[in-house]
Ligand binder design. Sequence first.
Ligand SMILES: NC(=O)c1ccc[n+]([C@@H]2O[C@H](COP(=O)([O-])OP(=O)(O)OC[C@H]3O[C@@H](n4cnc5c(N)ncnc54)[C@H](O)[C@@H]3O)[C@@H](O)[C@H]2O)c1
Length: 385
Amino acid sequence: MLNFSFQNTTKILFGEGQIQAISQAIPKDAKVLVTYGGGSIKTNGVYDQITAALSEHTWFEFSGIEPNPSYETLMKALDPIREHGIDFLLAVGGGSVVDGTKFIAAAAVFEGDDPWDFVAKGQPITKALPLACVLTLPATGSESNIGAVVTRDGNKLPFSSPLVRPLFAVLDPAVTLSLSDRQISNGVVDAFIHTMEQYLTYSVNGKVQDRFAEGLLLTLIEEGPKALAVETKNDLAIRGNIMWAATMALNGLIGSGVPQDWSTHMIAHELTGAYGIDHARTLSIVLPAVMKVRKEAKREKLLQYAERIWGLTDGDEESRIQRAIELTEQFFTAMQVPTRLSHVDLGEAAIDGLIAKLTQHGMVKLGEQKAITPEISREILIAAL
Ligand SMILES: NC(=O)c1ccc[n+]([C@@H]2O[C@H](COP(=O)([O-])OP(=O)(O)OC[C@H]3O[C@@H](n4cnc5c(N)ncnc54)[C@H](O)[C@@H]3O)[C@@H](O)[C@H]2O)c1
């Protein structure tokens, strides 16, 4: 395997009732800003649990962080931070709220002209307010990683810094019971594709990473559909397995010491940026096409994936790979997400604009071998039609 250094400092507080643990986990003298989204936490009891847990803290709130959080919304949080001398951020929500809060944490103490510079221009983040989170939607892994994605004027861009890694993350599977089927699907598929981005590359004999990744993929394939089925959807053990799988899929562990792809994400971000399609639903469209177009470069891993995930050992290599891609698409369909651009009413006419945006965003050498040029991205989008 490749050399690596791995450190994940986020303390995980897993299990039912763990929200109350934030009363001890946040310093008593902190001035806390609780950040959240559109208010689902007010109807599912999470807000009340936060209020009870913070009864001895000084805290304020900032709401309205939307899915695919926007720069404009996030910048509004800087006023209450300055006004109240906030020195600790608690994100309560899904990946959008956690990502948005990471941006706020760095923007609040940014010393340059415009915080967008650390997103669009890669200006280094040298400080950030401490943050932690209560996760309400298992999907992104943002709760214990250093990444975030923010959108400005249709440009959806990632940034990362160890300084924005949450100090702790509460993972209570019970808070996911209020999720809609659509959000459950999105979360399972997002976690699945995070795993694939770090697994389906080329072999460096990283046996531990591969088998951890395969364990996550198998868990998501086994438990994902159960979280949608009427008889099992409220089963907390199923929710718990999905929640922990999603965290583990993108906390740095399975990606350490192995090549990583991320072309599916970079191409898919343009679909969200341009058309506002849910993150996971863009990934489920792009990944099968990446598997098809990059079949040769990924051959060895595709065969391993076919055998270990789908039990495919009969037939020639080509037919096993083909079948593994079909089964991946069938899994996505079972999870009720689209697998073609046509499923979201997009056709060939959209492709020029998406390629122009990718190029504008510097996404011109994507993939584990940096071999995916805009021309190959075009092939991928055509394969996804
Ligand atoms: N930081 C990372 O490593 C990383 C990785 C992948 C994706 N992302 C980004 O994360 C964002 C997507 O995050 P997400 O998939 O977690 O979804 P989300 O945070 O956008 O939430 C989706 C919807 O679910 C609702 N919701 C959340 N929890 C709920 C609950 N318990 N009950 C009812 N409704 C609830 C939200 O209000 C929202 O309307 C995208 O912007 C994506 O690009 C970040």
